[in-house]
Ligand binder design. Structure first.
Ligand SMILES: [Zn+2]
Length: 178
């Protein structure tokens, strides 16, 4: 992967680094850096009828394709706090996390700027179904579970698998749609 690609000098003391691609160590100050996947949170937002809110991406990568509200966690941030924050920033909605749907690995962007991502998906319930798209979102639209966009219209590679898992298990452990 690419996180440590091209690292030559220590960001703390500027000494030349020892870099094996997965781990970088500074022989002078002892700093160590690992190429971990970046954790991301993804909101499968459902309305009272079980429709799903998708966001068409307004920026690269995968500009123009359908995605869900979500993004990178901040340092020390609890994933559920990050989920609420990303939802608020991208849609203006206040939501309550529901069922944990699963984890999918993916890659964000292209080499050498590509970032390996670890994507955590929850359902989110919103009381107010009137979202307002943020600047980096081209469009927000509600989809019926059986009328989701085709696989080649979806952003990233793992998103389609996450959507399929959501569609398969939706309503599980809940009474509201029965
Ligand atoms: Zn150093």
């Amino acid at each position: 992967m690419a996180l440590l690609h091209g690292w030559r000098t220590c960001p703390r003391c500027a000494t030349l680094l020892e870099n094996d691609g997965t781990r970088v160590e500074c022989p002078a100050c002892g700093s160590v850096y690992y190429a971990n996947s970046a954790p991301c949170v993804c909101a499968l937002v459902e309305d009272a009828d079980g429709w799903l809110l998708l966001a068409r991406r307004g920026v690269e990568p995968d500009r123009g394709k359908w995605d869900v509200p979500g993004g990178f966690l901040e340092e020390g941030e609890h994933p559920l706090d990050g989920l609420r924050r990303e939802l608020r920033e991208e849609t203006g909605l206040e939501g309550e996390p529901g069922r944990f749907v699963g984890v999918w690995m993916d890659v964000y962007g292209d080499f050498p700027e590509a970032v390996a991502t670890l994507n955590l998906y929850w359902t989110v319930h919103v009381a107010d179904p009137q979202p307002i798209a943020a600047d980096d979102v081209a469009e927000l639209r509600w989809f019926a579970p059986d009328e989701l966009p085709a696989r080649d219209e979806l952003a990233f590679t793992s998103f389609a698998d996450a959507l399929e898992a959501w569609r398969r298990d939706r309503g599980e452990g809940r009474q509201v749609f029965d």
